[in-house]
Design a binder for this molecule. Sequence first.
Ligand SMILES: Nc1ncnc2c1ncn2[C@@H]1O[C@H](COP(=O)(O)OP(=O)(O)O)[C@@H](O)[C@H]1O
Ligand SMILES: [Mg+2]
Length: 256
Amino acid sequence: MNSPVESILECRGVSRHYGALAAVDGIDLAISAGETVGIGGPNGAGKTTFFDLISGLTAVSGGQILYNGKTITGVSPHQLFHQGMARTFQVTDGFGSLTVMQNMLASIINGGGAERPGLFITRKHRDLACAVLADYGLLNSADDLVSDLPALDRKKLMVATAVVHKPQILLLDEPVGGLAPSEVDAFIELILGLRKTGITIVFIEHVMRFLLAVADRALIMHQGKLIYDGAPKGIAADETVKSVYLGSAADAMGAH
Ligand SMILES: Nc1ncnc2c1ncn2[C@@H]1O[C@H](COP(=O)(O)OP(=O)(O)O)[C@@H](O)[C@H]1O
Ligand SMILES: [Mg+2]
């Protein structure tokens, strides 16, 4: 019998070097299934590179990443996707010249739990696409070109095309970056709804209001290292985080 898997994701001394630069520098971390973890930290801290290592887009220079108890060194992004790992990107993605529905169907037939894309779009695929687009408030825009969508809807679609595959773990890189405050509120509701489904969510986000509202655990990265791992509420009072990241913003956060 295998021993029970304690963490869905575990990092042991994970590093990524670019020449002399340690973009990610010896990260140790264990994330349990069902946690919602928010990662903050200044630009260039290594957050996106860290996601690239976890999702197999970039090879580690050192250390080990375990997903569901198995090392994933050398496992490609699409294999990880078929094992239940989905991610979105900092720059909002999507096929701009296709409609919202076409984007959703493209995602569905390229996933579907099989290693190869399906060749036919069936009624079942369409029904699933409609259901998920409705959940995300995008059904009325189903026939709109993605390039014509407002930023909020493009970001929602990116999450929806990942969530449609019912991943075990979802990685979101700056899901609300660039959105207006009321749009951030809409995204908070969306992610809180997703949390209830029991999925593990790890997200990168500068918008502290979002991180505080959504995460049950916060990580702060600085120069490739983890400088904080704890309750989101504790960030504002942490001296190291204050000095390297938040500065005077910490006082503003504490004032809420
Ligand atoms: N492919 C690459 N080649 C060289 N340097 C890179 C590469 N990707 C990222 N970096 C560098 O690694 C550091 C971390 O970048 P990144 O992970 O994008 O930070 P963050 O997402 O926290 O803003 C930065 O200094 C960036 O310039
Ligand atoms: Mg980044």
